[in-house]
Design a protein around this ligand. Structure first.
Ligand SMILES: *[C@@H]1O[C@H](CO)[C@@H](O)[C@H](O)[C@H]1NC(C)=O
Ligand SMILES: *[C@@H]1O[C@H](CO)[C@@H](O)[C@H](O)[C@H]1NC(C)=O
Ligand SMILES: *[C@@H]1O[C@H](CO)[C@@H](O)[C@H](O)[C@H]1NC(C)=O
Ligand SMILES: *[C@@H]1O[C@H](CO)[C@@H](O)[C@H](O)[C@H]1NC(C)=O
Ligand SMILES: *[C@@H]1O[C@H](CO)[C@@H](O)[C@H](O)[C@H]1NC(C)=O
Ligand SMILES: *[C@@H]1O[C@H](CO)[C@@H](O)[C@H](O)[C@H]1NC(C)=O
Ligand SMILES: *[C@@H]1O[C@H](CO)[C@@H](O)[C@H](O)[C@H]1NC(C)=O
Ligand SMILES: *[C@@H]1O[C@H](CO)[C@@H](O)[C@H](O)[C@H]1NC(C)=O
Length: 217
């Protein structure tokens, strides 16, 4: 094997190690809230000198490039990003829903190893305005069923009902429908007056309704 072929093979080998290692440079997913901030944190250990080059992109479009000891930030991201030139971690501020996407980083270290990573950012609206409404304002014991429905604003809500301080699960007397947003008590008894609350969560926030009492005769 002549030496140029040898070096070519060696370079390819090192690049492959870099790419394999690079798969773990970033976590898989990150959630951020609208108007909030997120940091894409790499697994690199901080060094004493900046990396050789660092380049971040979203959906294949450049966000910034650090090279020759200088940062070049795309106009759309000016004032909204901060790069840690030692680890390659990137902070993105004042998020909007349309910042969701696939974020990729490519780092060339001082010893000229290429590391690459890619991850998904999901930007969600925070949960707010959680309100309980009842199918009937007052009900008669042993004869009635009553439904409570929970409404809210925000992305990807997940519903948890509280009866006093205990979390409610479906049972013979309790049905949960519409993805958990509707709770039906079958055959209401005097012990079911509550206070009932609805706790709505998503990966970036939670909000809880006011207490709701059922009047039972
Ligand atoms: C986002 O970062 C900016 C600048 O550091 C800060 O002023 C702001 O309070 C942060 N926002 C949130 C929601 O943490
Ligand atoms: C690298 O980051 C450090 C700390 O934020 C900063 O002081 C330094 O100016 C940066 N270096 C370059 C070349 O941008
Ligand atoms: C990335 O692509 C997704 C899907 O097409 C889109 O919803 C999102 O807004 C894009 N993000 C950016 C920052 O371009
Ligand atoms: C993304 O959304 C923000 C706020 O809603 C808006 O100001 C911005 O122009 C949008 N960007 C793109 C590329 O659509
Ligand atoms: C409701 O519950 C009471 C007490 O457990 C029981 O006696 C009654 O038969 C039930 N009514 C119906 C309609 O299931
Ligand atoms: C609500 O809590 C009360 C008090 O713990 C209990 O007696 C009642 O059975 C509960 N009702 C439902 C529908 O879970
Ligand atoms: C509501 O849900 C959040 C998130 O799971 C939890 O931290 C909080 O303790 C819950 N609140 C109540 C009152 O159960
Ligand atoms: C609901 O009933 C509890 C006592 O069971 C009472 O402390 C609370 O003030 C009532 N809440 C409302 C909104 O009427």
């Amino acid at each position: 094997m002549d030496s140029s072929h040898y070096y070519h093979t060696l370079t390819l080998f090192i690049t492959l190690i870099g790419l394999c290692y690079g798969d773990r440079v970033l976590p898989d997913t990150l959630f951020g809230a609208v108007e909030g901030n997120v940091t894409f944190t790499t697994t690199l250990t901080p060094t004493n000198t900046p990396q050789f080059t660092i380049s971040w992109s979203v959906n294949g479009t450049n966000i910034l490039t650090f090279a020759n000891n200088a940062n070049k930030v795309s106009p759309a991201y000016q004032g909204r990003v901060t790069l840690d030139n030692f680890t390659g971690s990137l902070e993105l501020r004042n998020l909007a829903l349309n910042d969701s996407g696939t974020y990729s980083v490519s780092i060339v270290t001082q010893d000229i190893t290429t590391l690459q990573g890619s991850m998904e950012l999901h930007v969600l609206e925070q949960v707010s305005n959680v309100v309980i409404k009842a199918s009937a304002s007052d009900v008669v014991e042993f004869n009635s069923s009553v439904s409570l429905s929970c409404s809210s604003s925000g992305s990807s809500p997940s519903y948890h009902w509280l009866n006093g301080s205990s979390e409610v699960t479906a049972s013979d007397n309790v049905q949960l429908d519409d993805g958990g947003s509707t709770l039906t008590i079958v055959n209401v008894t005097r012990y079911d007056q509550g206070p009932w609350r609805c706790n709505v969560t998503n990966p970036v926030s939670n909000d809880i309704s006011q207490s709701f009492n059922i009047t039972i005769y």
